[in-house]
Design a protein around this ligand. Structure first.
Ligand SMILES: NC(=O)c1ccc[n+]([C@@H]2O[C@H](COP(=O)([O-])OP(=O)(O)OC[C@H]3O[C@@H](n4cnc5c(N)ncnc54)[C@H](O)[C@@H]3O)[C@@H](O)[C@H]2O)c1
Length: 262
């Protein structure tokens, strides 16, 4: 379905980004998989290279990036242009979270969350737009969250960043619509990834007395009675990147098992 398409996925060493990159590769795209330099990126590289070895799969390339830094983002895009000749699809999945009520939330934690989740999306979209506008074609998918639609205890910084991603997405969608570039966000609910494994510990005392109790309480509040998977989110991302979604832009699609409905 994506043969010949050139894709960048950030946050591709783990969770939603890793599954999204794997699916694009299986569907025939050339995918630049970018994440912080380190062991996770090396482990992801072998998973993605084995996906690239199967059937009619596309190509994979791995690139270190820190999405908070413009020079690093520029290097990532330069790599994609050098290796694939351009970029058709950008998926911004790099993200961090930290649970802390306002009295315990430090300025450093606030800046870290805003810089990765919001400034990182801005820097990557700015560079993507500079390539997509001249070619009059492009798809940008930003991973926001259900926390981009309602506040939560201990989530002030994270919610501020994800509300920001949705507003930024809507504005960019209007700016780029005339050039055939669509910009959408997805809003996952509780998705079982490394990010949530960490959160379950941080939520002790707010949502339960142990990580297991936190997890049980969180799941019992989801109408469909289960956590989502990275695959549930990747399915929607691939749809938004496909020709079938060519008349959709500026949307913020919930993938929450019914937890969020607006
Ligand atoms: N898991 C959930 O329940 C959930 C729900 C809603 C939204 N989200 C969002 O989905 C996205 C992916 O989350 P996930 O659950 O797959 O988390 P994850 O922790 O499994 O993966 C996130 C990846 O982002 C990378 N990253 C962090 N800082 C970075 C930086 N400065 N530069 C480049 N990469 C960086 C990490 O190294 C990691 O590999 C995030 O934006 C997250 O906020 C997740």
């Amino acid at each position: 379905m994506f043969a010949g398409k050139r894709v960048i996925v950030t946050g591709a060493a783990s969770g939603i980004g890793l599954e999204t990159a794997r699916r694009f590769i299986i569907e025939g795209a050339a995918v630049l998989c970018a994440d912080l330099e380190g062991d996770s990126l090396c482990r992801a590289q072998s998973v993605l290279e084995s996906a690239a070895d199967s059937g009619r799969a596309g190509a994979v390339s791995v690139c270190p990036v820190d999405v908070r830094k413009a020079a690093s983002v520029d290097r990532m895009f330069d790599t994609a242009v050098a290796e694939f000749g351009g970029v058709d699809i950008l998926v911004n999945s790099a993200g961090v979270n930290r649970v802390a009520r306002i009295e315990g939330l430090t300025e450093d934690q606030w800046r870290q969350i805003i810089e990765v989740n919001l400034t990182g999306v801005f820097l990557c979209c700015k560079r993507a737009a500079s390539l997509m506008v001249p070619q009059r074609l492009g798809r940008i998918i930003n991973i926001a969250s259900q926390s981009g639609k309602r506040g939560g205890i201990g989530l002030s910084a994270y919610c501020a960043s994800k509300f920001g991603v949705i507003g930024f997405t809507q504005s960019l969608a209007r700016e780029l619509a005339e050039y055939g570039v669509t910009v959408n966000s997805v809003c996952p609910g509780v998705i079982h990834t490394v990010l949530w494994d960490k959160l379950a510990h941080e939520y002790v005392g707010i949502k339960g007395s142990s990580p297991e109790e936190v997890w049980h309480n969180v799941i019992s509040g989801i109408p469909m009675g289960r956590a989502g998977t990275a695959e549930d989110v990747a399915n929607v991302i691939l749809f938004l990147a496909s020709d079938q979604a060519s008349f959709m832009t500026g949307q913020a699609i919930n993938i929450t098992g019914g937890s969020e409905m607006h």
